[in-house]
Write a protein that binds this ligand. Structure first.
Ligand SMILES: [Zn+2]
Length: 423
């Protein structure tokens, strides 16, 4: 490993300390550490401890850092000139990986330090955020939504833990955050938001590419489908007169599997995430059944086609012996990334890894899709070894982690230099 530093006629490269960045990443992984993974769900004691640790690191780097009333760590640069916001999240999936989210925040820390140490960056500002509860223990993308003004106090009153159903207010109180103000977009003008993240899929690793410039984050539609039949004895009820909710569910699942490829594109995905047969016993014909169904795509028209096909298949299913009811639970729209910021990321990728970068959609949701609603936003991916994520084994080669940080640093200083020339 080495410090990466170079000069070209285009613009000066901001030099990062790769070893220091890796040390910080490993230190952060000790909070909730379950080597090689981490268990750091939002608002757990280890999540709050890691946020306090981040505040100390940002303060050492000369930024004014705080944890706000929703758990976001916000670190502000003391400069008056153009500012860029970098960030991601440091909460983890339960028993998840060490890089998901954490990498983007530690990149921000390293780049903020590099900017502060580089006289040619005098007057620029890099602010850094670690958004709270990106993984949705209480509510998906909670911290970034709060920052962008998409969460009200009454929402916070209403939100509960997804499994334990305990109030978010109680978690904020336990974490010592009750009564603190929530930092909102608009207090400081930003020229954009950049988020680096592990790919969480196999495309970069399989192709040998080192960097992904995200074109768009997928829209994600979620449904629950309920089947209603008649419960009866599994030994005495003849097949011809049964109203078996379980059979109705399995037939619809098979029809989805068969028909969805008709409307899908290369990167369309659909998932039956859960099924339940009720009452669920070996000698009882199920009276009710429930299926959770989700699909994702980057194209709004294709999402609409997938939804109308789902409606058609549910209509066909309801003509059988059971009642079938489709309910949409949630829907996010695809979010394109900002063209100017994408170009800056691509130029930085080409400078440090010529020909080793690719434009790609994000199949996973990220805080950047929320930030994009209030400022230009873009994302950079680094390879995930074997495409593994949301798992202890999640990892990225150290050289790829350092390259990604350097590319983000170069893109950040490029954006700031251009912004300062305009102002
Ligand atoms: Zn993440």
């Amino acid at each position: 490993m080495r410090n990466v530093s170079a000069r070209t006629e285009e613009s000066e490269v901001l030099s990062i300390d790769g070893e220091r960045m890796i040390r910080d990443l490993r230190a952060l992984a000790d909070f909730g550490g379950e080597r090689p993974g981490v268990h750091r769900p939002a608002f757990s004691p280890q999540d709050i401890a890691s946020r306090n640790w981040l505040v100390e690191r940002f303060s050492e780097a000369g930024l004014e850092a705080e944890i706000d009333g929703i758990g976001n760590v916000i670190a502000r640069s003391p400069t008056a000139g153009p500012r860029l916001l970098l960030g991601s999240h440091t909460d983890s999936q339960p028993h998840g990986g060490w890089l998901d989210g954490a990498m983007g925040v530690v990149y921000g820390l390293e780049i903020a330090r590099a900017v502060a140490a580089d006289p040619s960056c005098a007057g620029y500002g890099v602010d850094v955020a670690s958004w709270s509860d990106e993984e949705g223990q209480y509510s998906d993308l909670l911290g970034s939504k709060s920052f962008c003004g998409l969460i009200t106090e009454s929402d916070i009153d209403r939100i509960t833990h997804r499994d334990q159903k305990t109030p978010l207010r109680a978690a904020l109180d336990r974490a010592g955050l009750a009564g603190r103000a929530r930092v909102k977009f608009g207090e400081v003008p930003y020229c954009g938001y950049l988020e680096a993240h592990i790919e969480q899929g196999p495309d970069l690793d399989n192709s040998g590419q080192k960097l992904g410039i995200v074109t768009s984050i997928v829209g994600n539609y979620n449904f629950v489908i309920n089947f209603e039949g008649v419960q009866n004895h599994a030994g005495t009820t003849r097949m011809s007169i049964r109203k078996d909710a379980g059979v109705a569910l399995i037939r619809l699942a098979a029809a989805i599997d068969q028909r969805f490829p008709e409307v899908a594109a290369d990167r369309s995905v659909w998932t039956i995430g859960n099924v339940m047969l009720i009452p669920g016993a070996k000698s009882i014909i199920p009276e009710r059944a429930e299926m959770w169904f989700q699909f994702r795509d980057t194209d709004r028209d294709r999402l609409a086609s997938m939804e109308s096909l789902l409606n058609e298949l549910v209509d066909e299913a309801s003509r059988g012996s059971c009642k079938v009811v489709l309910t949409k639970r949630s829907q996010t729209v695809p979010q394109a990334m900002d063209g100017f910021l994408r170009d800056r990321l691509e130029a930085a990728a080409e400078r440090h890894a010529p020909g080793m970068h690719v434009q790609m959609p994000s199949g996973a949701g990220h805080d950047a899709q929320i930030l994009a609603k209030c400022m230009p936003a873009a994302m950079l991916f680094v390879p995930s070894i074997g495409g593994v994520s949301h798992h202890h084994a999640e990892d990225t080669a150290e050289a790829d982690l350092i390259l990604g940080c350097q590319v983000l640093a170069t893109a950040a200083s490029d954006v700031l230099q251009r912004a300062s020339k305009r102002s």
